[in-house]
Ligand binder design. Structure first.
Ligand code: 4VN
Length: 330
């Protein structure tokens, strides 16, 4: 039996920074409202790089830092809800860009839980002995599905990418346990990117397109999603703690999906811990969906906050509805 060790942490975000003040000029909102309701001060918005470009930068950084060549990579997983194309997968475009000619590459769509889901899938391939390593990336250009006239949502999201290199080990480290769930019955609570049916045999084609137009844009029932997150996330984390027979005090950091500061405050309270147990950087990036956890991890690595033996909990939650937590050691 093998375990997945996390060898490297990298991120790449577009250079273009958009402040709350800049959004005040676009929609009827205020910097104060955005900051107090969400904790977000600024976000990155792409000026041309698509999801595959961001993911490619992350993978090239991971390869460079690990001193491994692209052709040695066995698996490339890209978690995204904003792929360049419906086909091929973003992962295959990345495979081509980096020259990982021996890898298997595919995308995973689990929205804001995507990175945790992708780690889970990669871990199965490694645990089984099928593959010796994997590039696991979360990459999003949410700006292309955000309705820039909707002040309720456009202030929340940003673009970016982050990822890790997993490698097989026989030591008892790396990905230790996971808890992942889906509740498809609530899929309507958070959705976007709808592609309407079009074919010459359809009646009422124009009406059909019109009815569905609004579903292209990212839209959510904020209250429903907020309630879902504050209920499921604490119990998912608690399950991992119980399984490992440890308490929240034994965890160095909880790295949550960076959705909203207020959600994390409630989660902290329910776990009988304080907000400083959580690594948060949503003030600088907003909500980058599947990219938010790996961007946070890369920043923690950069700041020298990740030390050998530290126990870390990752927790993602979002559209699907999906949620998932993972206990890892560095
Ligand atoms: C998970 C969550 C959210 C989310 C939900 C609600 C919300 C983000 C509602 C109240 C509003 C401020 C914003 Cl929990 C989004 C995703 C998608 O990644 C995943 N913000 N808010 C207010 O009026 O205070």
């Amino acid at each position: 039996m093998f375990n997945s060790k996390i060898e490297g942490f990298q991120s790449y975000v577009p250079l273009n920074t958009v402040s709350n003040e800049m959004l005040e000029k676009l929609v009827d909102t205020s910097s104060e409202w955005i900051c107090s309701r969400t904790g977000i001060l600024e976000r990155r918005i792409t000026l041309g790089e698509n999801t595959s470009n961001l993911a490619t930068e992350v993978c090239n950084k991971l390869l460079k830092n690990a001193n491994i060549t692209a052709s040695e990579i066995d698996l490339i997983l890209v978690a995204t809800i904003t792929s360049d194309y419906m086909m091929p997968s973003t992962a295959c475009i990345v495979q081509s860009n980096i020259g990982a000619n021996n890898a298997v590459a595919f995308d995973i769509n689990a929205a804001c839980s995507g990175f945790v889901y992708a780690l889970s899938v990669a871990d199965k391939f490694i645990k089984s002995g099928t593959y010796k390593n994997a590039l696991v990336v979360g990459s999003e250009t949410l700006s292309k599905i955000v309705d820039w006239t909707d002040r309720g949502t456009c202030v929340l999201f940003g673009d970016g990418a982050g990822g890790v290199l997993l490698s097989s080990t026989t030591e008892n480290i790396g990905i230790l346990n996971e808890d992942i769930h889906s509740r498809g019955s609530s899929w309507k609570s958070l959705r976007g990117g709808f592609v309407p049916l079009v074919n010459p045999f359809l009646e009422n084609q124009e009406k059909n397109k019109e009815d569905c137009k609004n579903d292209y844009y990212l839209n959510m029932n904020g209250r429903e999603v907020f309630n879902f997150a504050t209920k499921t996330v604490p119990s998912s984390i608690q399950k991992l703690l119980d399984d490992a027979k440890i308490s929240v005090d034994d965890i160095k950091y909880i790295v949550p999906h960076q959705a909203n500061y207020r959600i994390i405050e409630v989660v902290a309270k329910k776990l009988n811990t304080t907000i400083d147990k959580f690594y948060l950087n949503l003030e600088n990036y907003g909500n980058t969906s599947s990219a938010s956890i790996p961007i946070a991890l890369a920043e923690m690595k950069e700041k020298n906050l990740l030390h050998l033996g530290d126990k870390i909990v990752l927790t993602g939650f979002g559209a699907g509805l999906t949620w998932g937590s993972m206990l890892i050691t560095i």
